[in-house]
Design a protein around this ligand. Sequence first.
Ligand SMILES: N[C@@H](CCC(=O)N[C@@H](CS)C(=O)NCC(=O)O)C(=O)O
Length: 211
Amino acid sequence: MIDFYTWNTPNGRKLSIMFAETGLAYQLKPINIRKSEQKQPEFLKINPNGRIPALFDHETGQRVFESGAGLIYLAEKSGQFFQQSQKQEILSWLFWQAGGLGPMLGQYNHFKSLKDKQAYSEKHFLCESFRLLAVMECTLKEQPYLAGKEYSIADIMCYPWASSAMKGFTQSHPQHVQNYPFLQGWLNQIRQRPGVQQGNAVLAELSQSLY
Ligand SMILES: N[C@@H](CCC(=O)N[C@@H](CS)C(=O)NCC(=O)O)C(=O)O
């Protein structure tokens, strides 16, 4: 059995979707990041970085932190969504998401929600977020999924952030989101997958999404 430490955020949803998609068994361990439970000594033994999501596999005695590492772990354990034929592309998108899309959208959310607005910072992270969504758009114009012809952990890694960003930008920048028709089509298709709906629903029962 795998302990799954999480909360209802885009990074948390990557792994709840992966569990639902693969059918692997797990025990949900809610970590309320609003109450700083991710900084408690017990949790820091699972993730020394004090962030969700994280895993502990009782079968192997292995801890796993960082959502990308968690996706690879579950993909290898289940033999699903990490196709050998797409391996290098999948790894590229995982690192791209962890180093780019997630942090830039996270920083944008941070600066836009400040009471004491910092116009330069907000604009900087907005432009970078738009640029990264355009990278996805260019790729999805050429092929159905991020890493190629088949749905993979590259899509699961990027979907929760791209989905919540596009929902937000549809409200705040309705003209601009029209620049991403292929990204929107990919989101609509992924949103309809039963595993994605189930993975989202499991965490929605814990709390409202933080982003
Ligand atoms: N690169 C990490 C990011 C994890 C992360 O930032 N998690 C957020 C929730 S989405 C968190 O735990 N925030 C609580 C905190 O910053 O203390 C991953 O992909 O797992």
